[in-house]
Design a protein around this ligand. Structure first.
Ligand code: ADP
Ligand code: MG
Length: 228
């Protein structure tokens, strides 16, 4: 069984003035390739802090994180940036698109860092935009797109370099319920295509799409249940 993520006793403290705030208090977690995980828990329980560690946007105070067989727990910022570009697709609640850039160029952006030619970037970004249902919106800028379409662009950007894991922190948090269902159906398709997907949600109906539900409470894993 190949585990794409192996985490042992991860802790994350933050320093606030004189005070040390212990946010993650010892997390053990293995996630196998192709799994579909929902991460739940009350506001402030540490979900985003954990997602940022999983996504190599941050490093732990202590503990180890092995991603695709490589220890990424104590890398420099430059090394982390390289791992992120290669291994991670991250989708944010607020989409985080470049506002003055077309859907095509937003999706193509991670391939610039990966050193792909313009021709290859355009071909792959076109393919990905078609896959996320935006074949007819490639030249639109974010403010010419609906919220759901913006999130589709962000999902396309996350997929474009074929990462080892797709992480999404409350990807439907800014969307109405009908659009949320459409975006969740897109994540279902992405998982069915063989991707490893981990997403944070507050809503039980959204979490039901996943095959495994992990609940955090106060910086610790409270429960870890497999549905399928
Ligand atoms: P969740 O995503 O589950 O709502 P977060 O991971 O965002 O929770 O935050 C968990 C706790 O960690 C909160 O109490 C938050 O204030 C604290 N926290 C998060 N990031 C920082 C930081 N950079 N500095 C200090 N405290 C932080
Ligand atoms: Mg959060």
């Amino acid at each position: 069984m190949s585990d794409v993520i192996q985490i042992k006793n991860i802790k994350r403290d933050f320093q606030l003035g004189q005070e040390t705030v212990k946010v993650l208090k010892g997390i053990d977690l293995n996630i196998r390739k192709g799994d579909y995980v929902a991460l739940m828990g009350p506001s402030g329980s540490g979900k985003s802090t954990l997602m940022n560690l999983l996504g190599c946007l941050d490093t732990p105070t202590s503990g180890s994180y092995i991603l695709s067989g490589k220890d990424v727990s104590q890398l420099s910022d430059d090394e982390l940036a390289e791992i992120r570009n290669k291994e991670i697709g991250f989708v944010f609640q607020t989409f985080n698109l470049l506002p003055r850039t077309t859907a095509l160029d937003n999706v193509a952006l991670p391939m610039i860092y990966a050193g792909k030619s313009k021709k290859d970037r355009d071909a792959r970004a076109t393919e990905v935009l078609k896959n996320v249902g935006l074949g007819d919106r490639m030249d639109h800028k974010p403010n010419q797109l609906s919220g759901g379409q913006r999130q589709r662009v962000a999902v396309g950007r996350a997929l474009v370099n074929k990462p080892s894991i797709i992480l999404a922190d409350e990807p439907t948090g800014n969307l109405d319920s009908k659009t949320s269902v459409e975006i969740m159906n897109l994540f279902n398709e992405i998982h069915a295509a063989g991707n490893t997907v981990i997403l944070v949600t507050h809503e039980e109906e959204i979490a039901e799409h996943a095959h495994r539900v992990i609940r955090l409470r106060d910086g610790m894993i409270e429960s870890d249940q497999r549905n399928r």
